[in-house]
Design a protein around this ligand. Sequence first.
Ligand code: GLN
Length: 203
Amino acid sequence: MKTKIGVIAIQGDVAEHVIALEKALVGSGEKGEVVKIKQRGIVGACDAIVIPGGESTTIGRLIEREGILPELKGAANAEKPILGTCAGLVLLANEGDEEVVKTKQPLLGLMDVKVKRNAFGRQRESFETLLKLTIFETPFHAVFIRAPAIIQASDDVTVLATFDGHIVAAKQRNTIALSFHPELTEDRRIHHYFLDLVNKLCR
Ligand code: GLN
């Protein structure tokens, strides 16, 4: 079976995720394709979805306007794996901080977490660190860019990594959320982990 991964291609780190996923597919010897999702009608044909980093207000409003938002909820309900990175993490949350409330940005509400936008403040707007994730033996080179963080999570959420007292990687059922950008480094472990989840849930 050929795996079809869709990357929400409204704004942000789209090309980087497409390349990272293609490399991960080649690396794991799997047959698969990666498609960009710019309009409604494509999500349903995908086995899994990536929501990239970018500007969560813009991505949220446009997926709502284009009718992609309810399709993503449908995909999640159908147990399709969804990976949200940075702005994608914001969109996966079911609750936001006052900044999210103020901008009235639409959220998908697919994870029982409260998210804080730009959680690391001005001093640390962008930074890189070696992050310990529970799913890997060695640290992951994590790139944070005006990153959000999870400030509350229900018991159904598995914490995969914390940094500076905040949750920066988490998983709930078929959904994975990361504060950082795994597509911006050459370490493909996150994308392989995601493909493994796709294989487990979609076969
Ligand atoms: N701060 C951005 C937001 O909340 C996310 C930044 C990013 O994706 N690099 O939309």
